[in-house]
Design a protein around this ligand. Sequence first.
Ligand SMILES: C[S@@+](CC[C@H](N)C(=O)[O-])C[C@H]1O[C@@H](n2cnc3c(N)ncnc32)[C@H](O)[C@@H]1O
Length: 430
Amino acid sequence: MSARLAAVRCIVEVLARGRMLDEVIPGAVTALSARDRALAQEISYGVLRWYHRFDPVVDHLLHRPMSPADLDVKVLLLAALHEIEHLRTPDHAAVSEAVEGARQLGKPWAAGLINALLRRFLRERANVFAALNSAPEVRYSHPGWLIEALRGDWPDHWEQILARGNEHPPMDIRVNARHCPRDEYAGRLAAAGIPSRLSTLTDCGLRLAGAANVQELPGFDAGAVTVQDLAAQLAAPLLEVKPDQRVLDACAAPGGKASQILEACPAAKLVAVDRGPDRVRLLAQNLKRLRLSATLIDGDAARPEHWWDKRPFDRILLDAPCSATGVIRRHPDIKCRRGQEQLPRLAKIQAALLDALWPLLAPGGRLLYVTCSLLRRENDAQIEKFSASHKDVRVLPITSTWGIATTWGRQSLPSVDDTDGFYHALLERR
Ligand SMILES: C[S@@+](CC[C@H](N)C(=O)[O-])C[C@H]1O[C@@H](n2cnc3c(N)ncnc32)[C@H](O)[C@@H]1O
């Protein structure tokens, strides 16, 4: 199978079945050479990144709408447009590869259509975009509902947030200082030909100059480092965990924040909960690589009566399921998989998790509420509602230099520190 065909299959899984791109890619590219694997990934991520810009272009150039049964043909066209506009594929090669793709899909009837449509695009490119660019979806390559929501929630930032959402994400790592001090590790990276710079946002973060294979990172298998966006590294320090404190990580898999808590304070008693054996297995694997230990529970964090031993926690991290609108540049499939209609259900789950976990906190204890959402209704609005309905809640200020202070918490933004967008609110039980 060619790289393009593998990419088409992955994108169809996302668009037609709502599957996560990260989950479908590995299985689809195993038989490809390293070069083709990289191309398949670039096309898959790129098409979903630019889907809202190019899908209307294809619709505009088609004489009649394409049947849902031919979504694969449409995706071939989207892939060719992405290659023409953003990759270094020569125009004629992008066209002929797409035509060949139709044959490989077993749809030779589509070859002529693809050829004609792409050639027309090449001739009329400027006019096509001039005709379509007034639509916000085309101009910003994000779904309309999200553009509107961001414009409302971030009147001074929304356009920059959208622009950043279409960029390739940087690769950040977290250095386990117990293995090796961060600046020394940066030296080891440089010696391995991987330039990086120290982050000023966290004391364990490094930003690599470009993407690297994790197996090339010195000491990766021995637990020296973890791949983690700088903004995801901001939560653990806010909890200020001390030795012997009982800490609950309620939505813990794959364990990025749980492992950071333990690296900083191995004597903490960490209970890590997630739902489903696959998630808990992933958590266990990551902790094992990092030589860390915690009590792992496969359970529903919203139903602690099934797993809690009635001993209160000094710290609770609630990294709640959310729209993931803050990590779009890393996971562009979110733009196609998430819809406005899912927000009320997500908000209900977040509120239920807060309500269920609060009684597990000791008086004087702290709960950190985190999402990777940029939307107020999942962030400040949740904390406002929760603190208004619980007399024993004190919302603590987060005095940091990163991101932006919101009414109840603090938000990191891709447009401010060039990080993912994470929301944090720190609550103390009176
Ligand atoms: C944003 S991810 C957590 C990331 C993790 N904290 C980290 O830093 O690596 C959210 C997690 O919540 C889990 N989850 C969602 N609903 C849950 C529930 N009711 N109980 C337990 N875990 C849940 C999901 O399986 C997912 O692993």
